[in-house]
Ligand binder design. Structure first.
Ligand SMILES: Nc1ncnc2c1ncn2[C@@H]1O[C@H](COP(=O)(O)OP(=O)(O)OP(=O)(O)O)[C@@H](O)[C@H]1O
Ligand code: SF4
Ligand SMILES: [Mg+2]
Length: 329
């Protein structure tokens, strides 16, 4: 097992002085095995990025904190095991990039605007591996070229000299260059054209097959989740709503939120009929849903009953399949 998240709760303060907060990730538990890809799907604002950032302990300081739980990471040989939550700040740099790496939703977050992109990748390599600078440069160029960037020509470019899509690809090269045990990919293809998107997805697949990398793939796009992931975790207002094999969740969703999501994507639901209007989930996700004390999907659910007006636990439906709903037949 490469990544085990147990009961992870992350607070987001709405007023730090008054200690007012809500749990942007609430008692989240799941695990990712070596070489497995797990998709985290859910609509905008559901807390997917916060979850991903928290796994690197990069959740924004001062406004958020991990209040409980553990994040256990081991390398693919099982020689090294760490609990990210317990690490001291100065120990984190030895783990980030090497054991766990992240492709950020916003490429500008991870690229230093005043350092040439080739140098940034080389610095990342040399921070963790003892080798000659020339060899690190060759690796950097190789990874840029895997991302369809002319590595030699662009090595000395500054981030602002590249297009948004190119910056995204540089960041992906940087996240992958150390071949981490766990890769958190937060909407890695959103800013890319179709051809490059497919290339990035193929590279992630290659890394998982050849290097046994475990991937947490964050996306709001269920079609991408279907194509790339083994398992899917449906996330809403900071909680896992449903979890299981991706093909089961797409072909036979159990939770009303998963059912609604699959019906809102053309061609995904087995009930989909061309030319029929797509389903639109009524209402929208609000901050109040994160702290409601009832089912977090209650306000928008087509199946709600008075039994839903309590906190709902994650229930086991079958081996490896869970859902947080009291009205699943
Ligand atoms: N820096 C921040 N300061 C305050 N609140 C934030 C901050 N970043 C996110 N939030 C809030 O935290 C919640 C979860 O946000 P998050 O970015 O994790 O959602 P997401 O699922 O990644 O959405 P998207 O699909 O749009 O990227 C939202 O309610 C959002 O408004
Ligand atoms: S617990 Fe109730 S409100 Fe929540 S998803 Fe199930 S039926 Fe809907
Ligand atoms: Mg996000």
């Amino acid at each position: 097992m490469s990544l085990i998240i147990d009961n992870l709760t992350v607070r987001l303060y709405t007023d730090f002085k008054k200690k007012e907060f809500f749990n942007v990730a609430d008692s989240v538990s799941f695990s990712v095995q070596n070489g497995e890809i797990i998709a985290v799907v859910g609509e905008s604002g559901s807390g997917k990025s916060f979850l991903g950032l928290s796994l690197m302990r990069l959740n924004p300081p001062y406004i958020s904190e991990i209040s409980s739980g553990s994040i256990l990471i081991s390398d693919s040989g099982g020689f090294e095991k760490v609990d990210i939550v317990k690490l001291k700040e100065n120990q984190l740099s030895g783990v980030r990039g090497r054991l766990i790496s992240m492709i950020f939703q916003d490429p500008n977050v991870s690229l230093n605007p005043v350092i040439k992109i080739g140098e940034q990748i080389v610095e990342a390599i040399l921070a963790h591996k003892k080798m000659k600078k020339k060899d690190a440069c060759d690796i950097a160029i190789h990874y840029l070229e895997l991302m369809r960037i002319d590595g030699k020509a662009r090595f000395n470019s500054y981030p602002h000299e590249l297009s948004g899509g190119m910056r995204q690809r540089v960041m992906i090269a940087m996240a992958m260059v150390l071949e981490p045990a766990v890769l958190v990919a937060d909407e890695p293809t959103t800013a890319l054209d179709v051809k490059t998107s497919l290339q990035v997805l193929a590279l992630i697949e290659k890394m998982r097959f050849e290097k046994n990398v475990s991937v947490l793939f964050i996306t709001h796009d269920l079609s991408i989740a279907r194509n790339i992931s083994d398992k899917t975790l449906v996330f809403y207002a900071g909680q896992i709503m449903e979890y299981g094999l991706t093909e089961d969740i797409i072909n036979n969703p159990a939770h009303p939120y998963s059912i609604s999501l699959t019906k809102s994507v053309p061609g995904l639901s087995k009930d989909y009929a061309p030319r029929e209007r797509l389903f639109v989930i009524p209402g929208s996700l609000s901050q109040g849903d994160f702290k409601s004390g009832k089912c977090r999907f209650y306000n928008r659910c087509f199946k709600k009953t008075k039994e839903c007006l309590n906190e709902i636990p994650l229930l086991k439906l079958s081996s490896g399949r869970f859902a947080r709903c009291v009205n699943i037949i």
